[in-house]
Design a protein around this ligand. Structure first.
Ligand code: ADP
Ligand code: MG
Length: 410
């Protein structure tokens, strides 16, 4: 039998497991259910790809976005893994089903909407299943930031194959979301594995917004490498790119409204570049593997602390120093509140309000930013990290008693 280390080396070309990968892989190989909470870039895919090769049968991977699946299939194929995605965009779904029945696939990607159909459940009855991997598992929880109701319907399917190990994976689950995922996917509390969330090479800065284009321009002068600037709208992406684009320092827009050709051209340019800046909406980033991004700036707050952490986590994946800058305004919060009260279903509003409040507390904090982020993810960090704005330049604290005395004596 080939050992997992040999597989890791021979098939993936990696010399070591990273962090908790080995532990997660071992659990899958021993047939245990697991929820692995690992930061973006930690290498979650390998945690199911490797068992898919090592175990008999096909690993069924539940994944929320077709665009993401196609990337994953390509990446798996580059490691010589037989992978397919069964989607509305599949050219020959029948051939994929046959390959599954014949045991010719290592990995099959499928969206939750399809996985939970009667037809798919019948198909699985005829297949040899090595593993269920549930990627982006926070989608199963109402407390998660991307709730997808169909994830909630997965449990009956999983329970039809009780002996098959389940591996739920996510980068963005706070304590409450984790507990919910465990219940919703029928994973025991002893199956929770959490990787360290700290990204010590990222320096966090938060500033009130005061002319975003000017602030980003100044940041670009200090930071010569590739960067991403997240803006709240397509329009803002276009505008910022227009304002800051210069010979020798390209700034290109990226958002879902661009023609697919332009979008993928801008993305390729960014991935290849050593100094380009992308002015982007949050449509940009998922599945992009660029290790040398030197800064991520936000010209407006993210949807939640989880989202902010994930977006800033695209900086400095190579481990070299990188910066995260957040330029926020009171209008960001006003807009988000309006959205919650008008566009969110009433029963989900309390969660959304609370998430927004946590974000407000983060931007207004006078204490260590990293500690707030890490506590949010259930860690117990030191009080000061020494590598965020509040640690490096402690904000001037107002002496409340003196102020009160002045007011009283006035
Ligand atoms: P995640 O889904 O956790 O964000 P990915 O699975 O996309 O991360 O992996 C991120 C990158 O890390 C990929 O390029 C992957 O090939 C690489 N990677 C994964 N595991 C290892 C490892 N043990 N050693 C080196 N590189 C790895
Ligand atoms: Mg992933």
């Amino acid at each position: 039998m080939t050992s997992v280390h040999q597989l890791l080396h021979d098939r993936f070309g990696f010399s070591h497991f990273r962090g908790v990968q080995e532990q997660v892989v071992a659990r899958a190989l021993e047939g245990h259910h697991t929820l692995a909470v690992m930061p973006t870039g930690a290498g979650k895919s390998l945690c199911y790809q490797l068992p898919a090769l090592a175990r008999h049968g096909t690993a069924i991977v539940i994944s929320p976005l077709i665009a993401l699946m196609q990337d994953q299939v390509r990446s798996a194929e580059s490691f010589g893994i037989n992978a397919a995605a069964l989607t509305s965009a599949s050219e020959d779904p029948r051939a994929i089903r046959d390959a599954l029945r014949d045991g010719k696939l290592d990995l099959l990607y499928v969206a939750p909407e399809r996985a939970t159909t009667e037809g798919f459940s019948r198909l699985l009855q005829e297949a040899d299943i090595a593993l269920f991997a549930i990627d982006e598992a926070h989608c199963v929880s109402e407390w998660g930031h991307d709730f997808r109701p169909d994830y909630r319907l997965l449990l009956p399917l999983l329970d039809q194959h009780r002996e098959v190990p389940r591996l739920a994976l996510t980068a963005t689950a706070d304590k409450r979301t984790r507990a919910d995922i465990l219940v919703q996917l029928g994973i025991g509390a002893d199956g929770l594995i959490v990787a360290g969330f700290d990204r010590p090479n990222i320096r966090y800065h938060v500033r009130p917004r005061d002319g975003a284009a000017r602030q980003v321009g100044a940041l670009m002068k200090d930071q010569p490498g590739p960067g991403i600037v997240y803006v709240p709208s397509r329009n803002a992406a276009e505008k910022l790119a227009e304002q800051l684009d210069a010979p020798g320092r390209r700034v290109l827009p990226y958002h879902a409204g661009l023609e697919p050709k332009v979008r993928s051209r801008n993305q390729s340019a960014f991935v290849a570049s050593e100094e380009m800046v992308m002015a982007a909406t949050i449509a940009f980033g998922m599945g992009i593997d660029k290790p040398d991004v030197r800064f991520v700036a936000h010209a407006g707050v993210s949807k939640s602390i989880e989202a902010y952490y994930q977006e800033t986590g695209r900086a400095g994946r190579d481990g070299d120093p990188a910066e995260a800058w957040l330029f926020w305004g009171a209008d960001d919060f006003a807009r988000a509140r309006r959205r919650i009260e008008t566009e969110v279903e009433p029963e989900r509003r309390p969660q959304e309000r609370e998430r927004l409040n946590m974000l407000a507390a983060f931007v207004e904090a006078a204490t260590c930013r990293r500690a707030i982020l890490l506590r949010h993810f259930g860690e117990e960090p030191p009080e000061r990290c020494g590598n965020c704005d509040n640690c490096l330049e402690p904000p001037a604290t107002i002496d409340v008693t003196t102020v009160a005395q002045k007011l009283l004596s006035a």
